[in-house]
Design a protein around this ligand. Structure first.
Ligand code: C2E
Ligand code: CA
Ligand code: CA
Ligand code: CA
Length: 274
């Protein structure tokens, strides 16, 4: 009996060791990717649900590695946070997104919407990101740029987050709450934060036409946003039925595969800016 246990634990040790080794290799390659232009930003369009006008784009990070293939941002962002690479990665996103905006608007304003970048909770545990953002985007009109943060940021560092967001909002940058409805933020908090928009999480949008409960949640979020003078963006819109229902409920803006998937800057230009 004792022998069997030790065999099992040896197997466990071996696979655990391999797992850690793979993770270490992934982290090293991610670090290289950040430093050597191995990452890319993809852009997903956002539209006014009533006029059909292009009103913005969300920048989404991509990593296609020679060894690991296409790694999901959910995985590599978590890895970057865990291993202290998130600052470098976040800087790269800010630099890249702003460079893209400069290029698009070099001769004439081809992109007149708001380009939003994603920011994770850890990037808000110090003023660093906001300082970096403000310093490296000085030459870009502030109404062209926005950030998307999750409710967890407001919950984790309410006082600090409020101060940092106020600095951005005062200057005219948009601030959207991402995945809204999944984080249980308190409503009194919500009204105290300087927010521009709520993004209704995809999980609510995808069930909107089939589940009455879901529809009431979405309808409540839209009404609440109106009262707080905020815009509402529905994310993950995939069908005409969802779009129609969202329009009837008074949702302003949409983003999703029905309109366009996240694509490279070149493809985005061809599809939406020419
Ligand atoms: P998110 O910010 O909620 O981004 C929306 C995700 O939904 C994206 O996944 C997008 O490709 C996907 N999506 C958009 N429309 C549809 C649709 O109609 N149907 C479906 N099924 N999916 C849709 P993606 O690009 O894999 O990103 C996943 C998450 O990774 C993002 O979720 C965000 O939290 C994080 N992320 C991505 N880029 C960055 C970044 O530059 N910085 C940080 N901190 N996080 C990032
Ligand atoms: Ca987002
Ligand atoms: Ca989202
Ligand atoms: Ca999400």
């Amino acid at each position: 009996h004792a022998k069997r246990v030790s065999t099992r634990s040896r197997i466990y040790d071996a696979s655990m060791g391999e797992f850690l080794q793979q993770k270490q290799s992934k982290i090293e390659r991610l670090g290289q990717a950040i430093r050597n232009e191995g990452l890319a930003l993809y852009y997903q369009p956002q539209f006014d649900l009533y006029t059909g006008e292009l009103i913005g784009a969300e920048a989404l990070c991509r990593w296609d590695d020679e060894v690991w293939g296409q790694v999901s941002p959910v995985e590599f962002i978590a890895l970057a946070e865990e291993r202290g690479l998130i600052r470098e990665l976040g800087d790269w996103v800010v630099r890249n997104a702003s460079a893209q905006l400069r290029e698009w608007n070099k001769d004439k304003d081809r992109f007149t919407g708001v380009l939003s970048i994603n920011v994770s909770a850890q990037q808000f545990d110090s003023p660093y990101l906001v300082d970096y953002f403000l310093n490296s985007t000085k030459d870009i009109p502030t109404e062209r740029l926005g950030i998307e943060i999750t409710e967890s940021i407001m919950m984790r560092y309410p006082e600090q987050a409020m101060k940092l967001l106020a600095r951005l909002r005062e200057r005219g940058y948009s601030i959207s709450i991402d995945d809204f409805g999944t984080g249980f933020s308190s409503l009194s908090y919500l009204s105290r934060f300087p927010l521009s928009a709520l993004k209704i999480d995809r999980s609510f949008v995808s069930a909107i036409t089939t589940d009455k409960h879901n529809m009431s949640i979405v309808s409540t979020i839209i009404a609440m946003a109106k009262n707080l003078k905020m815009n509402v963006v529905a994310e993950g819109v995939e069908t005409e039925e969802q779009a129609e229902l969202l329009r009837n409920l008074g949702c302003h803006s949409v983003q999703g595969y029905l309109y366009g998937k996240p694509v490279s800057a070149r493809e985005f230009e061809q599809a939406w800016l020419s």
